[in-house]
Ligand binder design. Structure first.
Ligand SMILES: [Zn+2]
Length: 131
């Protein structure tokens, strides 16, 4: 919130996140997470040998891969959340173009340091305003 220059930019972020909720991405995500958890659990059981301490590392890698798979919404989910976010932002009386300056602000803040958490799950769509 400290990075947001205007109320409209904050509305853009919230609109995008509400878009994920309205489009039920989390529910789809959770279903996928449970499937991955089941598969990862099976991989851990298969690779872990109590008599071999090094097998614990293989099991840990299997768990890590499971987490990585679940880290992001899909690009389609992000595009849908962006579309809904633009709609909600404008319906709430804000200029939806604030989402563009919000993305620019976040991109600027991510330079030269570790990427902001938002960008690890929400890559900058790099959209340009239509003429
Ligand atoms: Zn998103």
């Amino acid at each position: 919130m400290k990075l947001m220059g205007t109320e409209g930019e904050l509305a853009g972020v919230l609109g995008h996140e509400i878009g994920h909720v309205v489009a039920r991405h989390a529910a789809e995500h959770l279903a996928k997470a449970q499937l991955t958890e089941g598969l990862t659990g099976a991989a851990v059981l298969v690779t872990y040998d109590p008599d071999d301490p090094s097998s614990q590392r293989t099991a840990a890698v299997a768990a890590l891969i499971g987490n990585l798979i679940n880290m992001k919404f899909s690009r389609d989910d992000e595009l849908e959340a962006d579309r809904l976010g633009v709609r909600f932002t404008s319906e709430a009386g804000y200029d939806p173009r604030a989402m563009i300056s919000m993305m620019e602000t976040l991109a600027q803040a991510s330079k030269g340091q570790r990427p902001l958490e938002f960008f690890s799950t929400h890559p900058n769509p790099d959209f340009k305003p239509a003429k």
